[in-house]
Design a protein around this ligand. Sequence first.
Ligand SMILES: Cc1cc2nc3c(=O)[nH]c(=O)nc-3n(C[C@H](O)[C@H](O)[C@H](O)COP(=O)(O)OP(=O)(O)OC[C@H]3O[C@@H](n4cnc5c(N)ncnc54)[C@H](O)[C@@H]3O)c2cc1C
Length: 464
Amino acid sequence: MTLEKINSSLKNANLPLIEYEILEAESADGHPIGGRLWTHKFSNSKNDYYDRGAMRFPDTPPMQPVMRLFRELKLENVMIPYIPTIDDNINFFNNNIKTNTQVAAAADMGEFDPFRTWTRGLTGTAKDMYYAQIGPFRKALVENFEKGWRMLMKYDAYSTRGFMTIKGSDGVGTYSTKVVDYLETFGAGSGMYDQALSEAVLQSLDFDYPDDVNWWTIQGGSAVIAEAMAKNIDTTRIHNGKRVTGLWPAIKWTFPLGTGVISLNPFPPTMPIVKGVVSSIPWGAFRMVDTSWCNLSWDFQTAARCLNYDPSTKVGIKFKERWWETLDPPQKGDVSNTDRPTRVVVYPSYGIDGTDATILVSYTWAQDALRVGSFAGNEEKEKIMLKVILKDLADMRGMDEDDLSELLVSYDIWPWYSYENAVGAFAYFGPGQFSTIFTNSTKPAVMGRLHFAGEATSVWNGCV
Ligand SMILES: Cc1cc2nc3c(=O)[nH]c(=O)nc-3n(C[C@H](O)[C@H](O)[C@H](O)COP(=O)(O)OP(=O)(O)OC[C@H]3O[C@@H](n4cnc5c(N)ncnc54)[C@H](O)[C@@H]3O)c2cc1C
């Protein structure tokens, strides 16, 4: 429910209205609204864009608030199917190319190492072996979330890697480190299995609920969601270019105790004194907010400092034509995975068979993202990174690298850990963090005047 609607209900009930102002660090001529809902447009042509942040929304039970929001914002006519899998999708590992169908056919014949890695101990497909370990938790959470949560928290101190190598699921046993490396390569970013088992289980449910579900993406990009939300509030209350740099409890002029917010722009600083603050600043960016006068508990400070965020880097390329849809077989939607630096290619589910040819050419997480992201920032470095990505693509699709380079029009690279207003892509907690420090970050502080909201305060991290 939007604040305007809350206010209209309060008005009907003759209760005092909630006054609010939104302070947003991004300037009006930068990326004024949306935060991590950020669509990069190469031009104004209908499908000439890609999403730097959120881009796909499965209709799973954890995503129901998002589905409700879409309905409330009347976005049904711009919700278009996101294509999560096609049979002919290409996978490219260890210099071997296999389609999904070929991988499945090999598994049916008892061949579980289709990419010839010679990893010993593979007894199923990468996904089957992984789900054999996390399956009991997934099942328990689906059957009864509270009961499943208690079961999950018993193992929260484990990393995904630690659980699979040291404890193992009942009836499955443990896997060798080499097998776990293999599973991580096929199913996650490099190093992601060092984070919490519980996070891996929850994220698997975010995006892969047991039943078949519809997946959606928004025509025009996810920025459309933020734009629709802004239409539901009084936009004069959004103050761009207002970076919150500190929070001070104010004892003057307000009773009971208020919380002051200071913003540096415009200079000289202004310090509005308000009755309460709801901060949805991601924890990485919140580190730069001076809270030294707020008497925040040690536990809170530990949570705000330590809760882990996953790095992610996205590289979008605008080509002259949708070459991936002219291949034999054509690639329309879905993602290709590879162990090369590119890691994941997301073929657009929008503009299929059209002329706008923009593609999310590399989507990386964890250490893979930090490494690709290190090459962002100046043309010389970016050239090196682009060459690698184009070679990966050409090799993956059996194309000539120079021919592919000829088709390149422009590109965009977005390393989320280097962006000062997010400092990380999304929360992806480390071992033990859910059961120990997470709840400290969701409690109000400064005598109930300072509250925290946003993605990292939900158990469904990484979702809108
Ligand atoms: C690469 C990537 C892929 C994703 N994919 C998906 C997906 O497919 N599906 C899905 O559901 N979710 C996805 N997500 C997650 C989703 O985008 C986020 O969970 C969600 O957008 C977070 O919303 P938020 O309001 O909590 O934070 P944000 O959107 O980050 O908003 C925080 C706001 O605070 C502002 N700010 C920061 N510091 C200050 C300051 N000091 N003062 C004032 N303002 C400040 C920022 O500019 C920003 O506008 C993805 C995220 C990323 C990064």
